[in-house]
Design a protein around this ligand. Structure first.
Ligand SMILES: Nc1ncnc2c1ncn2[C@@H]1O[C@H](COP(=O)(O)OP(=O)(O)OP(=O)(O)O)[C@@H](O)[C@H]1O
Ligand SMILES: [Mg+2]
Length: 230
């Protein structure tokens, strides 16, 4: 089953100097696959994730998510797709600083109109799943980096989406904490079998994936299946 399909996708930026952030990408990613995306700074990795989640639109080409052409969705449908079907985690966690762990994780449910009474127990269950059962009322600034990323993962997966996008999720963590986050993602992948796109510079992270796509200057320069090393 195809989870993501890019057909002749390009994204260029105008201005004084035209930048081809991505050029003619053709890529198919299957359901449940774990794909590491690597490449030098400026090679188009974040652009790629932003296109796949519909935060950004290609200047040419078509992107299908689970068979749906996201280019023809209206803004509301695209927002809903992103909230319910695509989890996202980032190097800088992107948590809301004034909200507790429960409130941060319940937020996507609340934005969908779910009552607090229904949403919060679900958030608690997800926080327990990522090992934060003892930090439910903590705000992000009261947590360690690894704990913040766990909170972000709980929020990203609260709908149990079929797709998880991660942009250097271990980039701000020491190597041991980074490994713990990868182990957690490995465990959750075993339970939920979501497709994962993982942008990373971390060699350990590659071992967690079963495919490696390398970008350079906005093009795919290498695409290989890997034996899992773990
Ligand atoms: N909003 C923008 N306007 C103009 N150019 C942009 C914009 N966003 C990105 N670019 C350019 O597109 C190219 C790809 O950027 P992108 O952020 O995808 O790189 P990256 O591979 O994620 O790099 P890094 O490893 O540093 O995060 C870069 O050359 C960048 O300068
Ligand atoms: Mg980037």
């Amino acid at each position: 089953m195809r989870m993501i399909e890019l057909v002749d996708v390009s994204r260029s930026y105008g201005g004084l100097t035209k930048v081809a952030a991505l050029s003619n990408i053709n890529l198919t990613i299957g359901a449940g696959e774990r794909v590491a995306v690597m490449g030098p700074s400026g090679s188009g990795k974040s652009t790629f994730l932003n296109l796949v989640c519909g935060l950004d639109q290609p200047t040419a080409g078509t992107i299908l998510i689970d068979g749906v052409d996201i280019g023809i969705l209206d803004d509301d449908s695209r927002t809903r797709l992103r909230r319910e079907r695509i989890g996202m985690i980032f190097q800088t966690f992107n948590l809301l600083p004034t909200l507790t762990a429960i409130e941060n994780v319940a937020l996507p449910l609340r934005l969908n109109g779910m009552s607090r009474r229904v949403a919060e127990p679900r958030a608690v269950a997800m926080l327990k799943r990522v090992g934060l059962g003892g930090r439910l009322d903590h705000r992000p600034d009261q947590l360690s980096g690894g704990e913040r990323q766990r909170m972000a993962i709980a929020r990203a997966l609260i709908f149990e989406p079929p797709l998880l996008l991660a942009d250097e999720p271990t980039g701000n963590l020491d190597s041991q904490t980074g490994d713990e986050i990868l182990d957690l993602l490995d465990q959750l992948h075993g339970e939920l079998n979501m497709t994962i796109l993982l942008v990373t510079h971390n060699e350990e992270a590659i071992r967690f994936c079963d495919r490696l796509v390398r970008l350079r200057d906005g093009r795919v320069v290498n695409d290989e299946k890997m034996e899992r090393g773990r």
